[in-house]
Design a protein around this ligand. Sequence first.
Ligand code: PGA
Length: 238
Amino acid sequence: RIAEINGLVSGRLRIAAVTTAEYFVPDLLGPFAAAHQGVEIELAIENRDRVVGRLHQGIDDLAVMMMPPDDLPLERIQFQINPLVIIASSKHALIDKKIELSELSNDRWLMREPGSGTRMAAEQHFDELGFKPNVVMSLGSNEAIKHAVAAGLGIAVLSQLAVQPALWPGRYTTGAGTQHNGPSDTSVLLQAGLGIMQVNNFPILRRWSVVWRKDSPLSAAARHFLDYLQASQSEPKV
Ligand code: PGA
């Protein structure tokens, strides 16, 4: 299928992606760029609020995000699952225990900045569970969160991809009756001084979407990229 769509396309493909998507969007773009050398790709990485702002302004052809806004006429393709996990220092007393969220009410929580989709998803989930985290710090990037957590400053909700990027394309069943197989490749985590906590009602399972505005025509390059994305996603997962 991918060979069929390798027509001669040229032009610019502008994509905006939220920060956590930086751990996989380059993997998606690589084979596409190699097969479409006439397409100049511009990838902007911003948090959710800024990606939504760009969608409002019609800056990009496509946007990759977890929680598309509902106040814009958008088309979307949903793809891989984005599990949001609770990370802690590998030395945290409860790191190897199966626990309830309420057992973390005395912990110090680190959050992404306001405007982050990760933060929004975590807050929605906490609200649904009636949990009030003791938030002591906001940090403006996933990497800053990882380092602060490893340094023992607190615990945080973060996309599992941010701590185990090798999980992409994922070991998750993406159909109905979705199963999460749990953390893998723990050596990467341990090297970073991190662990994934085993907390009831976690991970939060959200899905990635590629969205575009219904009210503006897709460029040839964007149409080809979407065809490529759908073809690559339908391949069987190992
Ligand atoms: P963000 O990404 O936390 O960088 O905004 C997550 C999302 O919005 O999908």
